[in-house]
Design a protein around this ligand. Structure first.
Ligand code: SF4
Length: 389
């Protein structure tokens, strides 16, 4: 069912509601974003606005779609072709840009995340996504956060243009291998339509660095078709290392009525959380995938975070001497991150660190988490948890 065309763009945005971009995080704190997605007063318009952590700070971001009509039939998606009697909406770039401008000038939103269903091929919709961003930048002089989706099958020049306009572009792989993608979204081609587009974002960045504004992210739908953490994190490591990816998002699957996966159980929240923790170890702590403590089934433990699971095996009986360890060794200790490791290296030049209180005094508030895995000037510290941690 299509909505009558007499609706205003704002009314059409309200029709989108919070189903728009159900699995697609708009910013840097996807777990918090999902919890806040539904507005307290449940007004439909507000439910497609999320307060998200963008590279420019926390902002109310409008999550919109050029169209909710789609010729693909991804098994998890509320917008798949032929799904029941659902309402479909479509915008012209002018309509979307002017609606956003109105909301932005009213102080209701300050940031746009723009995606779309696929209609007449990905390249055709990509033009509309780009045109919307271009109108916002040129006609309305909007200079803040814009996140544009790169559609399956988008062309190289379109990707280059999107990366000039947007602060962030996303090429969603959805699954870690071609086989998993086929089980999830049979009409999408993992290599030709998706992975190659991710490679192109890196090529554009390398060939025209002075013209590129956007970072690149990707997203996986986790847990619907037997994908393992090992598969997801192996691919993430490759994307961080070789394709300049800024961030991988792991969106736990949740079933949608009247889709082929409606009886598949939702993915536990803890699995998402452990994937993000492991992903940060790969990206920010320079761990190798081989360092991550996978179970025999290829998944991470859900009961404790992966850094602690690794430390329980490797550091409990071989603790790190805080006074002498290299930065990388310090960062292997639970409770000590890059900032804490730097603070330790600076502090130990001034004198001995002999007590957990010394670590807290230099800003390591999670010092008690580190206690089982460290020596302080040759001695194991006491292991009671501080009431502040
Ligand atoms: S391409 Fe797939 S995920 Fe995207 S809107 Fe269409 S059915 Fe949904």
């Amino acid at each position: 069912m299509y909505v009558k065309t007499s609706l205003t763009p704002i009314e059409k945005l309200a029709q989108l509601g919070d189903e728009a971009t159900r699995f697609e995080p708009a910013g840097d704190s996807p777990l918090a974003e999902r919890r806040r997605r539904r507005s307290p007063d449940d007004e439909q318009m507000l439910s497609c606005i999320s307060h998200v952590n963008t590279p420019k700070g926390v902002k109310p971001v409008l999550k919109a779609m050029v169209t909710t009509a789609c010729e693909n039939d991804c098994y998890y998606c509320p917008f798949r072709s032929g799904r029941g009697e659902m309402r479909r909406v479509a915008f012209t770039p002018d309509e979307l840009a002017s609606a956003f401008d109105r909301l932005q000038r009213s102080g209701i939103v300050d940031g746009l995340f723009l995606s779309s269903g696929v209609l007449n091929g990905g390249a055709s919709v990509q033009d509309k996504i780009i045109d919307t961003g271009e109108i916002l930048r040129t006609k309305y002089h909007y200079q803040d956060y814009i996140h544009l989706k790169i559609m399956p099958g988008a062309e190289y020049d379109q990707i280059a243009r999107a990366m000039q306009i947007a602060d962030r572009v996303s090429v969603n792989l959805e699954a870690p291998t071609a086989e998993r993608l086929y089980a999830l979204a049979p009409k999408k081609d993992f290599y030709a339509e998706l992975f190659q587009r991710l490679q192109w974002t890196q090529q554009v960045r390398q060939q025209t660095p002075h013209r590129v504004r956007a970072s690149t992210v990707t997203q996986f739908v986790v847990g619907a078709v037997g994908d393992t953490d090992l598969e997801l994190l192996s691919l993430s490591a490759r994307l961080y290392g070789q394709l300049g990816l800024t961030r991988a998002y792991y969106s736990g699957f949740s079933p949608v009525a009247d889709t082929p996966l409606e009886d598949t159980p939702p993915t536990p929240f803890l699995r998402e959380r452990r994937l993000y923790q492991a992903s940060f170890l790969l990206r920010d702590y320079r761990w190798d995938v081989e360092d991550l403590p996978f179970l025999n089934d290829g998944n991470l433990r859900q009961d404790i975070d992966p850094k602690r699971a690794w430390a329980d095996v490797h550091l409990l009986h071989a603790p790190v001497e805080v006074m002498h360890a290299a930065r990388e060794a310090l960062m292997r200790v639970p409770g000590i991150g890059p900032v804490g490791a730097d603070a330790i290296i600076k502090a130990r030049q001034r004198g001995s660190l002999t007590d957990l209180a010394h670590l807290r005094a230099i800003g390591i508030r999670t010092a008690s988490l580190a206690a089982p895995y460290i020596l302080l000037s040759g001695r194991r510290p006491p292991q009671q948890l501080s009431m502040w941690e």
